[in-house]
Design a protein around this ligand. Structure first.
Ligand SMILES: *Cc1c(COP(=O)(O)O)cnc(C)c1O
Length: 956
């Protein structure tokens, strides 16, 4: 064995474990297991055509070389992306800290209190800056947030407007071009018409339901929308405002002039530009629309002992429940980046944020004055950080351009001839002098010298912010680095992550996120680049992305890949829109029926509806397989209008269905296209692929199969792969040529969340063809090993024809409810006492647990998990046999906090020791849960989503 092979670090089980694991499963070799699991008619005939894996050291050299090909210039382009200083204490303790980046979306509230508090801070910060009532814990980016705002205004339009068929959304011409482009994509399938115009001139029409404006706008101008807002409201229309959190420190927040929705990017709150992403979008609204909030909201509630606790609120809105009635498909969002932005506000506080805003503004004013002195004209009447300079006749734009590039600076060039400068947190005296040098030289004037930045403001009294913000305790406490680091650590200690124990969430593929894969994220050559700089400043990025696209095409069998979608669900939407364009191009635009199995993830039907399609549900048979005859009948019934079939493979039931080829065939024969949900790709890589199976499009969740960490609920990347006939429809970008010419944009940034792509790139380069295939085989081995050891106690709900599961399995728990009154949630909570995060609850089958171990877990860890599950099973038996009380037992009271266990008063019918140390190894490695079981219903009845009134809340 080559000791430095990365595959040996990525994969958990050792060579010596395989024999024992195979014996437990009842196979003689790994290949025998794979033969019993993956249908032979879909197996690849040849190994992946990818190079061998690099060692970690060799990869490091390669990625350093690529990084060196990116050039980090000072960039004043603005348009939604600004350089920012990530406080090092946040970079080191959050961005680079696996407790924060490897944790899961906080569904299991009791082991997620740290990140829940961080996200509550983010929501509070957004409410404070915007002066709105309620904010969510992030959306994918500003442009998709605009689309969510449009959908919300449409869904909540007044009855009069609904009856009148009002379907026009006004968009001011001065919103970011990428925002407008995404709005175009998203409006069309919903039957919404966009009217692009000038808010100050256009007459409000009868058929408008809402309007979207930008504040400050595309030109950098701070407009007064208060009049427009009241006129809209008089006409039963709503207004959504794209805004800039930093600007709102100085200008009147939209909540104070009665905006209905305020959204935007929180990037400049300490999240690097990353060549476009990831960063968190924020979304805030008036109390009245809280039931329509897209994405996730963190709320306050209490635990079983009455103690304050946090959890995700209003979970009934999730697509799982609403499915085809959902109006938004947000699942993975941008939790890690929202956490960072919230912490930026915690660290700087109101005076710090105001100081940063004042400084950027003052520099803008100073530059405007100095540049004017050189004979130019500054055009913006009211600006925050962006000035717009028109050139005197004798100055050529080209001169400004080469002079600035020569000094490693990027300016913005308006189509109308002006030059734009957006000032940010990083701009300093030296930069100011360089900027002035360019304008002076181009005008043939003497170069002025500036030696200080005077405080200065031109913000009109009428627009100046008068209200206070960030007055809550948390934003006024942690100013020294020591205090800040300890605050972050205090939150971190409350959470379970992958560095604590395996997180066996089915469908989520919580595998190793290797440190070598992660390190390049911290390099300025990757994270310090604005997405709209000339491509020759990002050659390293482009080389990496081209190779990555080629590798992903090889892995999926497809012809091309779009890296643009920022999550799996965004990929679903994009793929369906591509299919829609394809039908339209053939004169079959009427095809709008999509067949979706009942076992599908909730985002599937939600995405289909957003793409303007009609969902027809296909049932599963008693073995959990899609009912092929029902599929055939429905495909034939709808053959004139059949658009697509959405299928997850292997299925969400954890089985490689052998009829998959036949199913794809049925769809094609009836004129439809096959969309494969690639969430379960971890069971396919190297063994089979979507193309081989018969699909036309698939998305990949790079944050599942391809090693991007889950970040406590994002970032994600959801690229789609397509067969040749669909390549021409892949999404384009209005500002940068991203190589595709089809749909309008689906994300704000031309290459989506570019800065996390090196993680997947590294994963593929270091595993290589053999390692990737071996990872898949071991993922299947690990799942079948667990299934063999748990099947007698719990029962495995579905298996393939030869009795095998794929890379995950559903554990039956419903019989335990009948026999002992124990639910899958009780088991999940009791697992916390054993130091484990729960598997997936009640998806895709209610009352069950879905377990996916991944290849990264060692045999020892699998054994520990099995031991915990079987120990819990014997605790359930005690209830069944009457040895433990039906209500007062270790399961119903789980999880047990130290506070409860150490109280003088202990009234339970079991010992403290049994509650805390049910198995020997817990004494050595105990995770102390910070709160008792949280009360979801209480919090939903008393919805509180900011950290302001916590004390008063608990007194009620
Ligand atoms: C995770 C998942 C999705 C959604 O992907 P996101 O990246 O969270 O948007 C869709 N389908 C299945 C089966 C999944 O497991």
């Amino acid at each position: 064995m080559a000791i430095d092979k990365f595959v040996n670090r990525h994969i958990g089980p050792r060579e010596r474990d395989l024999e024992e694991m195979q014996r437990v499963i009842g196979v003689k070799s790994l290949d025998e297991l794979i033969e019993q699991t993956v249908p032979s008619n879909i197996r690849l005939e040849k190994p992946l055509n990818l190079p061998n894996g690099l060692t970690e050291r060799a990869y490091f050299k390669q990625i350093r070389k690529l990084a060196a090909k990116n050039k980090v210039f000072n960039t004043y382009i603005g348009m939604g992306y600004y350089d920012t200083i990530t406080p090092a204490v946040i970079q080191r303790n959050i961005l680079e800290n696996p407790v924060w980046y490897t944790s899961y979306t906080p569904y299991q509230a009791e082991v997620s209190q740290g990140r829940l508090e961080a996200l509550l801070n983010f929501q509070t910060m957004v409410c404070e800056m915007t002066a709105m009532d309620l904010a969510n814990a992030s959306l994918l980016d500003e442009a998709t947030a605009a689309a969510e705002a449009m959908s919300l205004m449409y869904a909540t339009r007044s009855r009069g407007k609904q009856k009148a068929g009002a379907n026009v959304c006004f968009v001011d011409e001065n919103v970011w071009p990428q925002t407008l482009d995404v709005l175009q994509t998203r409006a069309e399938p919903l039957g919404i018409e966009l009217k692009v115009g000038d808010f100050s001139r256009d007459k409000i029409e009868e058929n408008w339901f809402g309007a979207i404006v930008q504040y400050p706008n595309l030109k950098g101008e701070v407009e007064d929308y208060s009049n427009f807002t009241s006129r809209l409201h008089d006409n039963d229309c709503k207004i959504s405002v794209a805004s800039d959190l930093l600007a709102l420190a100085l200008i009147t927040p939209p909540g104070e002039w009665d905006a209905d929705v305020v959204f935007g990017s929180a990037q400049r709150f300490g999240v690097p530009m990353g060549y476009g992403g990831p960063s968190a979008a924020f979304f805030a609204l008036k109390e009245d629309y809280k039931r329509y909030m897209p994405g996730r909201i963190i709320g306050v509630t209490k635990d079983a002992t009455g103690k304050l606790a946090l959890r995700m609120a209003l979970q009934t809105r999730e697509q799982h429940i609403k499915r085809e009635r959902a109006t938004s498909n947000i699942c993975t969002a941008q939790a890690l980046l929202a956490t960072m932005a919230g912490m930026y506000a915690v660290y700087h506080g109101p005076e710090g944020i105001r100081g940063i805003a004042d400084r950027a503004h003052s520099i803008g004013v100073l530059l405007a004055e100095e540049i004017t002195k050189l004979g130019y004209k500054q055009e913006n009447a009211n600006f925050f950080d962006t000035i717009r300079i028109s050139l005197p006749r004798h100055v050529k734009k080209e001169d400004i351009e080469w002079l600035s590039l020569d000094l490693e600076m990027n300016f913005r060039y308006f189509e109308t001839g002006e030059v734009g400068l957006s000032i940010d947190e990083t701009t300093n005296l030296e930069d100011i002098n360089w900027i002035l040098e360019v304008f002076a030289k181009a005008a043939n004037k003497r170069i002025p010298v500036i030696d200080e930045i005077p405080e200065n403001s031109i913000i009109d009294k009428q627009y100046g912010r008068k209200s206070e913000f960030l007055t809550q305790d948390v934003f006024n406490k942690y100013r020294s680095e020591t205090e800040m680091a300890r605050y972050i650590k205090r939150l971190e200690k409350k959470d379970i992550s992958l560095v604590h124990s395996m997180i066996s969430l089915g469908s989520c593929t919580m595998k190793l996120n290797a440190a070598t894969e992660m390190i390049p994220l911290s390099w300025i050559e990757f994270n310090g680049i604005h997405p709209f700089v000339p491509k020759n400043q990002a050659m390293g990025y482009h080389e990496m992305m081209e190779e990555l696209r080629r590798d992903l095409a090889e892995i999926t069998g497809f012809d091309d890949i779009s890296l643009m979608p920022n999550s799996g669900a965004a990929g679903e939407y994009t793929g369906l829109m591509v299919i829609r364009e394809y039908h339209k191009s053939r004169g079959e635009g009427h095809r709008n029926v999509v067949l979706i199995p009942s076992s599908a993830h909730g985002t599937n039907p939600a995405s289909a509806v957003m793409a303007g399609m009609k969902v027809v549900v296909v049932p599963c048979d008693e073995n959990g397989n899609i009912d092929v005859e029902a599929l055939r009948a429905k495909a034939e019934e709808h053959k004139d209008n059949l658009s697509a079939f959405m299928v997850t493979y292997p299925s969400t039931h954890g089985v490689f269905e052998s009829a998959i080829v036949e199913m794809c065939d049925i769809i094609h024969k009836n004129g439809g296209q096959v969309y494969m949900d690639g969430a379960n790709m971890n069971a396919q890589v190297g063994l089979t692929n979507p193309k081989r199976i018969g699909a036309d499009v698939c998305h990949l969740n790079l944050h599942k199969t391809f090693a991007i960490p889950h970040g406590g609920g994002g970032p994600g990347v959801g690229p789609i792969g397509v067969a040749k006939h669909l390549v021409e429809f892949l999404p384009s970008h209005p500002v940068m040529n991203n190589g595709h010419v089809g749909l309008h944009a689906v994300s704000a940034a031309p290459w989506g969340s570019a800065s996390v792509l090196p993680i997947t790139y590294g994963y593929i380069k270091m595993l290589g063809a053999d390692g990737l295939t071996q990872a898949t085989k071991i993922a299947i081995l690990n799942a079948n090993y667990i299934a063999s050891l748990l099947k007698d106690n719990y029962g495995i709900l579905y298996t393939g024809e030869k009795g095998r599961v794929a890379h995950e399995m559903i554990l039956e728990c419903r019989h335990l409810k009948a026999s002992a009154g124990v639910t899958e949630a009780d088991i999940a909570k009791r697992l916390m006492d054993y130091g484990f995060h729960a598997p997936t609850l009640s998806f895709p089958v209610h009352g069950t647990l879905m377990v996916e171990p991944t290849e990264s877990e060692s045999k020892e860890e699998l054994d520990r998990f099995v031991e915990a599950m079987n120990s819990i099973f014997s605790e359930i038996k005690e209830i069944e046999e009457g040895k433990a009380d039906a209500n007062d037992n270790v399961l119903k009271n789980a999880p047990h906090t130290a506070e409860v266990l150490m109280a003088d008063d202990w009234k339970h019918g079991y010992s403290r020791e049994k509650a805390a140390y049910a198995l020997g190894w817990l004494r050595d490695n105990k995770f102390w849960v910070p709160v008792s079981r949280v009360d979801d219903a209480y919090g939903d009845r008393n919805l509180i989503c900011t950290c302001e009134p916590l004390e008063s809340y608990m007194e009620e």
